[in-house]
Design a protein around this ligand. Structure first.
Ligand code: SF4
Ligand code: SF4
Length: 189
């Protein structure tokens, strides 16, 4: 217990430089679905106090994300791999007294990180690649299929992989998967 606590107090965010601030960023964000109420955040900290990820991370803090958006620290947010720690449990959305949807804000920031910084955790790339190749997010091993048959379960539906590929191509997701840089580990910066 004391080990977790001492780590929590070790992390200090880097000093903010004036040139990092984009005053228009919060207006841009407030036009995005799920992030409309970002300006209403008054930094009470309820989201961080109740966030299951913040409880075990020394640097993931939803309240800080809200403040960074308000300040316009766009690049710092989009390059922060900790953004991908959010489990989208929506506890922060349920508990925020101002109706700010942190989970929605994180989703918008992740989409920006992929589109503008070409950054994606390895696991997401693997899931999307599996989907494009097989129609399933997980490649299902032959042994698993045999087990289904042994248990008397019906065969799995056959996905139309050609149509899935077409969707990936039309939406630009296929080329995006080729160009993204992936990462595995999330560390504090
Ligand atoms: S709970 Fe809502 S108002 Fe409070 S810090 Fe979090 S986002 Fe801001
Ligand atoms: S949705 Fe994300 S930020 Fe909100 S409480 Fe859950 S893990 Fe934390």
């Amino acid at each position: 217990m004391s080990e977790i606590k001492s780590k929590v107090h070790e992390y200090t965010p880097p000093v903010i430089k004036a040139e990092e601030l984009d005053p228009k960023f919060k207006y841009k964000m407030s036009k995005m679905h799920g992030a409309e109420k970002i300006m209403a955040c008054f930094q009470c900290g309820t989201c961080t106090a109740d966030c299951p990820i913040a409880r075990f991370s020394e640097f993931y803090r939803p309240r800080r994300i809200a403040r960074m958006v308000q300040l316009g620290l766009k690049d710092r947010l989009l390059l922060d791999k900790a953004l991908w720690l959010c489990s989208s449990c929506f506890t922060c959305v349920d508990h925020c007294p101002q109706g700010v949807e942190i989970a929605g804000i994180v989703r918008v920031l992740r989409n920006m990180a992929v589109a503008e910084k070409n950054l994606l955790p390895m696991v997401y790339k693997e899931l999307a690649t599996n989907l494009m190749k097989t129609g399933f997010v997980y490649e299902i091993p032959e042994s698993r299929l045999q087990k289904r048959a042994e248990q008397g379960l019906p065969p799995l539906p056959k996905p139309n992989v050609g149509e899935v590929v077409k969707i990936f191509e039309v939406t630009g997701s296929a080329s995006l998967l080729e160009r993204v840089q992936t990462f595995v580990k999330v560390e504090s910066k």
